[in-house]
Design a protein around this ligand. Structure first.
Ligand code: HEM
Length: 411
């Protein structure tokens, strides 16, 4: 009997991926998509890419593939100009193409270089101790506690908040807005999906214009004060671009690191056999974190658009065609990884695509890795008997994958 009759079409698979149940465990669905090949051609109108080599190549081809700037948005999401979430997003570096992308990346990039991040070790160590203490208080006497709210979110926002000058008392109140803004990254099937993100973006814009005014009058040692000074001394950026990119930084440096941290801790709880090495062996811990990036990535898919006609691994792609790079599927490509469905923290040459690649490669990659590397051993050492209390569930989002809540007990 032919098996092809039982293979579902790419659009049927994508529809299930977009359902709430599909999002709880998308990995079997990616394998169904992979059965159609590393590049899945939906009648030339859209491509889904499941292969590691193919995704990796696509991320690194700025001449052929561009991210979602305003010209692309006009074709992809008519009506977006009435939604302040997308109006602001298109002003930040992530959703810009050259020459603006290069200019913005140059302006903000230095602050997050590997060398500058190394100098933040003491600060990250202090914030790690603070969040472990906070969790101890919240989960005292065997109380069930939500790891996402009281550990992952709190730690991620404390790091970026301190770096860009957001006072700690303002940080807890930003959580809902940050989450709402990331919904804009999902496939938008109804424009009202953008409403909560629009409200949050307007509120954040007002907040960050206010923060810039306060820090201009009374500068501190934070990055924003430095950027305001550069701007006022004729720097190659406008105040609106500064505000747009501060909002990008607060969202990008909170939501994905929160999800990475929650996913990594869940994997650590599920694998107590690795605890001794996490506590004592930083190289092993780095490998454990990298494998978490590969195995259950906080970012599952990235969008690209062809800027001209080209041949993509034997498939003709016309200018203007969207490509969905399923990087979470690429991270499990059996042509690239042995036993891709197994969690193996000792893998060598891991290099998952979770932090993207090419010109938009995550600006916070060094900061994200260093932060988790600092806090994870402290958590496992302080609470050797962490236990998950109830079945973990994931948010109703496909691009940004993370737990809505992750209830745990400390002992
Ligand atoms: C686990 C944590 C993180 C993950 C999984 C992640 C993932 C990503 C990905 C996939 C992209 C590129 C998207 C694309 O190519 O279309 C990106 C870009 C970016 N990330 Fe991260 N990120 C993380 C942490 C951070 C942190 C801590 C920061 C703080 C600085 C940050 C700031 C940025 C910025 C500013 C960009 C835009 C870069 C550009 O367009 O040139 N990210 N990130």
């Amino acid at each position: 009997m032919s098996t092809t009759s039982t293979v579902r079409s790419p659009l049927e698979i994508m529809a299930e991926l977009l359902s709430f149940d599909g999002k709880q465990n998308p990995y079997p669905l990616y394998e169904q998509m992979r059965a159609h090949g590393p590049v899945v051609d939906v009648q030339g109108a859209h491509f889904f890419v499941t292969g590691y080599r193919e995704c990796s190549w696509a991320l690194r081809e700025p001449e052929l593939l561009a991210s979602t700037d305003d010209a692309v948005q006009d074709r992809r999401l008519p009506g977006w100009r009435d939604h302040s979430s997308w109006v602001w997003l298109t002003k930040n570096m992530l959703f810009s193409n050259n020459p603006r992308h290069e200019r913005l990346r140059r302006f903000f990039g230095n602050a997050f270089s590997a060398q500058r991040v190394l100098a933040l070790a003491d600060m990250i160590d202090r914030l790690s101790d603070d969040v472990v203490d906070h969790l101890a208080r919240e989960g005292a006497d065997g109380r069930t506690v939500d790891l996402v709210e009281h550990f992952s979110y709190r730690f991620a926002i404390s790091v970026i908040g301190e770096l860009i000058g957001v006072p700690s008392e303002d940080q807890p109140g930003m959580r809902h807005g940050i989450g709402a803004i990331t919904i804009a990254l999902d496939p938008i099937t109804d424009m009202s999906m953008l409403d909560p993100g629009d409200v949050a973006m307007d509120r954040f814009a007002e907040y960050f214009y206010g923060l810039v005014a306060r820090l201009r009058a009374n500068p501190g040692t934070d990055m924003t004060s430095g950027w305001i000074k550069a701007l006022d001394n004729g720097g190659d950026i406008t105040e609106e671009e500064l505000v747009a990119n501060l909002m990008l930084l607060v969202v990008a440096a909170t939501e994905a690191p929160q999800d990475l941290l929650s996913n990594t801790i869940r994997l650590a709880i599920e694998h107590p056999e690795f605890h001794d090495r996490i506590k004592t062996d930083p190289d092993f811990t780095a490998g454990f974190i990298e494998e978490s990036f590969r195995f259950d990535p906080a970012v599952q898919a990235l969008n690209r658009v062809a800027t001209r006609d080209f041949d993509f691994f034997g498939h003709p792609v016309a200018a203007g065609t969207p490509l969905t790079l399923l990087i979470a599927a690429a991270n499990r490509d059996p042509r690239r990884y042995d036993n891709p469905a197994s969690f193996v923290p000792t893998r060598t040459e891991n290099q998952p695509l979770t932090l993207s690649g090419g010109s938009h490669y995550c600006l916070g990659a060094a900061l994200a890795r260093m932060s988790v590397q600092a806090v994870l051993p402290k958590l496992i050492t302080r609470f050797p008997d962490l236990t998950i209390a109830g079945a973990p569930t994931f948010r109703n989002q496909i691009v940004q994958r993370g737990h809505a809540t992750l209830l745990i007990t400390l002992k």
